[in-house]
Design a protein. Structure first.
Length: 123
């Protein structure tokens, strides 16, 4: 009985081991339109939006951030808490519900400090 329990414990130990290389996140390929020169910021693919637009959000450290869409009067019309990894993070803005106007999209830390901003126009 002890041999069987020992064998089962050994099998469980071996089966629970994983290759650490499989846990490393892959790097995100960013198109030239979405490249951010610095180490922090936000950039939209095109300033003219009909339904959706891609954006790159670049963070110095991994963590939770707030992305807000601000109208022309600088009032928040939409906000979402996002979890970003260090470096480039490709996200999409869905603008179907927004009326045609000029908007700003801002990246904020959870304390409300502005980290980056980009403009776009909803057509």
């Amino acid at each position: 009985m002890k041999k069987i329990l020992g064998l089962l414990a050994t099998i469980c130990l071996i089966a629970s081991c994983t290759n650490e290389d499989l846990l490393v996140p892959t790097t995100t390929e960013v198109s030239e339109k979405l490249q951010i020169v610095g180490n922090l910021g936000i950039k939209v693919e095109t300033p003219f939006v009909k339904e959706e637009v891609a954006m790159n959000v670049k963070a110095i450290t991994a963590g939770k951030y707030m992305v807000k869409i601000l109208n022309i009067a600088n009032k928040s019309v939409s906000k979402e808490e996002v979890t970003l990894k260090e470096g480039n993070n490709l996200l999409k803005i869905y603008a179907n519900a927004l009326p045609s106007s000029a908007y700003r999209i801002g990246l904020f830390d959870l304390e409300g400090n502005l980290l980056g901003i980009a403009d776009f126009n909803k057509l």
